[in-house]
Design a protein around this ligand. Structure first.
Ligand code: PLP
Length: 373
């Protein structure tokens, strides 16, 4: 056995021992929150398709028309030949939706976060982010070469203390948080955070991956990024900001410049989804209503978004609970470290406008039964 495979096997054995090895499971998704695994039909509470738009007939038709008319791939970087006009149309609509001057579409939300921070901060600068920030925000922060500090989750006071201590020694400061936290479903205190940012001249970047279409109230940040892959049911990422910032990032965000433009079909589907999102407020209200129905039934803290964590503790126990729910017909994936802090393995329950009330009630009953609640 060569040393390369030996290396991989050793690493895998260690992951296995900690119940941290990850495996792929073939899953087919359908309308109405259906998911099929191993020939069994399940109700999925694990998709980020919060508005059920990934299978909406109009969203599919828009993608099909773009695919037939414009081809499967975009053919190059957007700065070369990959900038199909539908991307400009999508950016104009995203900017209007967010009340921003301009928008820039990236290949994915991960790529957006990898590119934005390093274009704004570098050596001699400071990046502060909420300790529970998504992996791609950490990746962008570290890639920037700036000094990176984490503030306690949703603690604007701790953020202010860190800025009071460190801001003066740095040229620029970038501050990052999520409007809705991806694994906890709670919301950042945006007014407090923006107040602290203003006091210390820190530039705020908010990740709105789980907010768009679900919880849109509250103040906006000068930099709002997000994804086309959750409530919009498609694929791709975006940043909404001022014209000057969008122009700067068009030239300087390396994950924008040196990668292929988003396929036109993904943009067309996202654009149609955004039209539906804006026209159907009842659809947008439904995920939070269903999440609150679930938390009320289980006596959990009231849901603040479409995401509800059911904390379990150890990774092994979370996997066992997830398997038992799957046997009962529900797909609720266990989330383990390092995605979440050690000892906080959990089920992450995601609600969608595509769920029915009786499905939510049945899941709540199953969780209560299996956790002895
Ligand atoms: C999903 C997610 C992303 C990444 O978006 P993709 O388009 O899937 O790459 C970024 N930030 C947060 C908070 C997310 O949940």
């Amino acid at each position: 056995m060569d040393s390369l495979d030996a290396f991989a096997r050793d690493k895998l054995a260690a992951l296995e021992a900690g119940a941290l090895r990850r495996r792929l499971t073939a899953t087919e998704r359908g309308p109405e929150a259906a998911a099929e695994r191993g020939g069994r039909r399940l109700v999925s509470f694990s998709c980020n398709d919060y508005l059920g738009l990934s299978h909406h007939p109009r969203v599919i038709a828009a993608g099909q028309a773009a695919l037939a008319g414009f081809g499967a791939g975009s053919g190059g970087s957007r700065l070369v030949t990959g900038n199909h006009p539908i991307l400009d149309a999508l950016e104009a609509r995203l900017a209007r939706h967010k009340g921003a001057e301009a928008a820039l579409v990236f290949g994915s939300g991960y790529l957006a976060n990898l590119g934005i921070t390093p274009a704004l901060a570098g050596r001699g600068d400071l990046v502060l982010l909420d300790e529970l920030s998504h992996a791609c925000m950490w990746a962008g922060a570290r890639l920037s070469g700036a000094r990176v500090l984490a503030f306690r989750h949703n603690d604007a006071g701790h953020l202010a203390a860190l800025l009071a201590e460190h801001r003066a020694a740095h040229r620029h400061a970038v501050l990052m948080t999520e409007r809705v936290f991806s694994m906890d479903g709670d919301r950042a205190p945006m007014a407090d955070i923006l107040g602290v940012a203003a006091a210390y001249d820190a530039w705020t970047l908010v990740d709105d991956a789980h907010g768009l279409g679900i919880v849109e109230d509250g103040p906006r940040a000068p930099l709002e990024m997000g994804t086309l892959s959750k409530a919009l049911g498609s694929y791709g990422g975006y940043l909404c900001a001022s014209r000057a910032l969008v122009d700067l990032l068009t030239s300087r965000a390396r994950s924008f410049v040196y990668t292929t433009g988003l396929p036109p079909a993904s943009a067309a589907s996202a654009l149609e989804a955004l039209t539906i999102l804006e026209a159907e407020p009842e659809r947008c209200a439904r995920p939070l209503t269903l999440a609150r129905r679930f938390t009320a039934r289980l006596g959990l803290p009231e849901a603040e978004s479409a995401v509800v964590p059911v904390l379990v503790g150890e990774a092994e126990a979370a996997l066992t609970l997830s398997a038992a729910l799957e046997a009962a017909g529900f797909l609720v994936v266990a989330i383990r470290p390092p995605t979440v802090p050690a000892g906080t393995a959990r089920l992450r329950v995601a609600f969608s406008a595509a769920h029915r009330e009786d499905q939510v009630d049945a899941l709540a009953e199953a969780v209560a039964r299996l956790t002895g609640g």
